[in-house]
Design a binder for this molecule. Structure first.
Ligand code: ATP
Length: 241
């Protein structure tokens, strides 16, 4: 729920309780409770550039019992399971995009990684489906807050549907080193990927919170402190950052 709507919620509840007949409140008490819980649950975005450590940070939140939606994994799944998305991909990239019903990732990567227009086109097909899937997933969570981890939160428009955004920051030279080690890539290949994303410093300015994963500050205390802050925000919906 976006922050402005959360602020209006107590007035809505007050009005409803005054106007609603007692028998409706009695019969639908569990349903009302679930609705209130989902209304107050904070939807948090977690973003950062390639190799910044988004997944690493997300795993720490998971270890604290916070559910995490991994947008990249979800997009890969949806490209193989969502029939209308599959049809759109075939329309724009040809029948060869799928082999025996499964996405031919090598074929598609060959097209989009050398052509920004085609990459934007693929993203424009995938993002709306992933955003909807993430919203459905968020609606099923019952924790005080839940996290959506995605590299392109701002670029895809997904940030608009979230209450707060956490940025994970690491300087470029560290990100290059990490991705080269993890994915066995050359410096040039990593730099090419970085050049396709929006500037890291600018992205961090758009975030409500920043976790520094720069080999100088420990990640765990930062996540623990933010976890406490988010729990407070989830139980005090009228607070603002
Ligand atoms: P991508 O956008 O490519 O998915 P990411 O932002 O999710 O990357 P991670 O996969 O979490 O980044 O981290 C990239 C690599 O760096 C991983 O191999 C991870 O283990 C390593 N790494 C992340 N943070 C640290 C750290 N603080 N110290 C050492 N290694 C780290």
């Amino acid at each position: 729920m976006q922050r402005e709507m959360r602020k209006a919620f107590p007035f809505f509840v007050g009005y409803t309780l005054v106007c609603m007949p007692d028998f409706i409140i009695f019969h639908y008490y569990p349903v009302i409770n679930i609705l209130i819980a989902s209304f107050f649950m904070l939807k948090i975005g977690l973003t950062g550039g390639i190799g910044s450590g988004k997944t690493t940070v997300a795993k720490v939140f998971e270890s604290l019992g916070i559910p995490v939606y991994y947008a990249d994994d979800a997009a890969k799944r949806l490209l193989n399971t969502n029939e209308s998305l599959k049809a759109s991909v075939i329309t724009h990239f040809g029948e060869a995009a799928y082999h025996q019903g499964q996405l031919d990732r090598k074929y598609l990567a060959g097209i989009v990684f050398s052509n920004k227009e085609k990459l934007d086109l693929l993203n424009s097909l995938t993002h709306p489906v992933t955003i909807k899937d993430a919203e459905d997933w968020m609606d099923q969570q019952t924790t005080p807050y839940a996290i959506k981890e995605a590299a392109l939160l701002f670029e895809s428009g997904a940030a608009d549907k979230l209450d707060y955004i956490i940025g994970v920051y690491a300087p470029q030279h560290i990100r290059i080193k990490r991705v080269m080690t993890r994915d066995k890539m050359s410096t040039e290949e990593v730099l090419k990927r970085i050049s396709r994303q929006i500037d890291e410093e600018m992205k961090m300015k758009l975030c409500n919170f920043v976790i520094r994963n720069n080999d100088e500050q420990l990640v765990l205390p930062q996540v623990m402190s933010l976890h406490q802050q988010l729990l407070s925000l989830a139980t005090e919906p009228l607070s603002a950052v």
